[in-house]
Design a protein around this ligand. Structure first.
Ligand code: B12
Ligand code: SF4
Length: 509
């Protein structure tokens, strides 16, 4: 099948190609902050899509003109994103897809297609890696989809499109052949990450200041993210590992330090968040990284995520010396029965030991928990509450259990049945499913109570007061949040409304 026949449409194509080599990469809007609650933005996470930064860097290196639209950070809704794209009249539009963003991405693609019938819309990202075929079948707005890691696939695809070559020959591609969706063989997994250029941070509007993580999740800005490795060999049942697969591959420690140096010297970055699934997959690599970072003298702190069974006092002490500020652990629950049901290897006792060791090393700990996993009950919720109150953890992150496509539990719960109507609700902040014996309402109440049980204690409050005073950036964000809340409250009182929600605000099913 030739590229010209399948991926481009309409007779007007040739005249609507003012910039043949331009691609606009889009992180669609995800935030569904109801009108009236906009002040919440002052404290939420504004990290960019690292995937788009990687794609942009390699495409640029191959001669394409690339721009990036970070919708939420730039405050753009779907209509504004379409206007931004149309103004550039690109030949290609690439959209990154999380499950929760599919509908929004489809609305953007529709708008682009209407205004620029010659443009080709390509999608990729975690949702495509698990639901590529279903997504193309359901959303005719998307022309092409790339499965898995996208850097080399995108460059090959753009070249093939321009040469009118054979789409059937591009590994990892899903494409349309008349009414049928064809899925090519998977791409060999790239082994050497050092081959990749540095992420194209210079293409982000307002980088680095506009891209702060959530309040209290970093000591001081500016902040940037890096994925120093890809892949995870474990199979926790709630986790979608379809993009990077089971084999862990990593940048060399020297290259990671080079990235930190670039971020610090070029952009003044003072804190880096490593977003690897398993930063501590290799103790040898992390040891070398820490030693190199210490030797470099760079004044940069960092955070990472680790499994509880990969930390030991020795490596923690070294990480602390190298500037590690916080480690996130997937603790999930205080119930061993639930940990077993999730196919987690570690048990509560090991989690507790890891948190204590990390705390003793002087590194903050963030516990990632979920509520509502199959098997959750009043008893397991109590066990989690007791657990979070007894361990010396600093931040508790509680998500509402969501069976993401691509995770083994999705198949257990839904079989092979696709539930696209749930996709747009899958942001980890809504229960789209509840275990037997517990209603969504009961889970919502338990959710509030668990967070209060952890945070409203003298030790934790004292910790946050200290943190706020030591790092005034948080104080500034907090004050903007409080001022925004006060303004919203005053407006709602003045208009005779009882709540902050502005009428007509979007509500999801
Ligand atoms: C950092 C991170 C975040 C950050 C930044 C998100 C972002 N926009 O990138 C924050 C904290 C904001 C976040 C939030 C959420 N996240 Co998150 N996040 C991650 C994490 C840990 C790393 C992502 C990353 O940077 N990877 C490295 C880069 C290089 O990879 P990448 O972005 O996937 O891009 C590559 C490919 O996907 C592909 N690609 C991507 N886009 C495109 C586009 C085109 C056109 C092409 C051709 C290719 C392509 O090529 C890229 C380069 O190889 C992943 C876990 C993981 N292993 O990926 C979870 C993960 C992506 N998150 C997940 C989820 C569920 C969420 C939330 C919905 C809920 C939650 N858990 O908090 C929210 C809300 C989403 C949102 N955007 O607001 C799931 C996604 C599952 C799904 N099917 O949707 C993941 C996979 C975790 C998991 N294992 O379950 N997340
Ligand atoms: S939760 Fe962490 S350890 Fe488990 S499969 Fe996902 S990335 Fe790997």
């Amino acid at each position: 099948m030739s590229a010209a026949g399948s991926a481009t449409r309409g007779p007007g194509t040739a005249t609507l190609r003012p910039a043949v080599h331009e691609i606009v990469l889009v992180n669609p809007p995800y935030e569904r902050i109801a009108a009236g609650y906009e002040f919440v933005r002052h404290v939420t996470n504004r990290s960019p899509s690292l995937g788009l930064l990687h794609l942009a860097a390699l495409a640029r290196e191959h001669g394409y003109r690339v721009s990036i639209v970070e919708s939420d950070v730039e405050g753009l809704d779907e209509r504004a994103v379409v206007e931004r794209i149309v103004a550039k009249a690109p030949r290609y539009v690439g959209i990154t897809l999380f499950t929760v963003g599919v509908w929004s991405a489809a609305a953007i693609a529709r708008g682009v297609r209407n205004a620029l019938p010659g443009a080709t819309v390509i999608v990729g990202g975690p949702h495509v890696s698990s639901m590529g075929r279903e997504t193309l079948e359901r959303f005719p707005e998307f022309d092409l989809a790339v499965n898995g890691e996208g850097e080399w696939a995108l460059v090959e695809l753009l070249r093939t499109l321009e040469a009118g070559g054979d789409l059937g020959a591009i590994a990892g591609l899903l494409w349309r052949d008349g009414d049928a969706v064809r899925e090519n063989a998977a791409r060999p997994i790239p082994q050497d990450l050092d081959d990749l250029p540095m992420p194209a941070w210079d293409l982000l509007a307002g980088f680095p200041d506009a891209y702060l993580p959530a309040i209290y999740d970093y000591p001081r800005g500016p902040v940037a993210t890096i994925a120093a490795s890809r892949g995870c060999p474990f199979h926790c049942k709630f986790c979608d590992t379809s993009t990077f697969g089971a084999r862990v591959r990593a940048y060399s420690p020297a290259r990671v330090v080079e990235m930190l140096r670039h971020l610090h010297e070029r952009w003044g970055v003072r804190h880096v968040m490593f977003v690897d699934d398993l930063f501590l997959a290799s103790r040898v690599r992390v040891t070398e990284f820490c030693e190199r970072l210490i030797a470099s003298g760079l004044p940069v702190t960092w955070t990472c995520a680790a499994r509880v069974d990969t930390v030991k006092p020795g490596i923690l002490a070294l990480m602390k010396r190298a500037g590690c500020w916080e480690i996130s652990f997937g603790l999930e629950t205080g119930s061993n029965a639930l940990l077993a049901a999730m196919d987690k290897v570690a048990r509560v006792e090991r989690s507790e030991e890891a948190v204590r060791w990390t705390h003793a090393a002087g590194i903050r700990t963030k516990g990632l928990f979920m509520l509502g996993y199959p098997g959750e009950s009043a008893e397991t919720i109590r066990a989690t509450r007791d657990f979070v109150r007894r361990i010396p953890m600093d931040i508790m992150n509680l998500t509402k259990f969501t069976p993401y496509p691509g995770s083994p539990i999705y198949v257990d719960l839904y079989g092979t049945k696709i539930r696209p109507e749930d996709w747009r609700r899958m942001n980890g902040m809504r229960f789209v499913w509840s275990p037997e014996g517990l209603s969504v309402e009961a889970l919502d109440r338990a959710y509030q109570r668990l967070l209060l049980a952890f945070y409203f204690r003298p030790r934790v409050v004292h910790h946050y007061v200290k943190l706020t005073l030591r790092h005034p950036t948080h104080l500034a964000r907090l004050l903007r949040f409080v001022a925004g809340y006060a303004r919203a409250k005053a407006r709602s009182l003045a208009s005779g409304r009882r709540g902050l929600l502005v009428e007509g605000a979007e509500s999801l099913p």
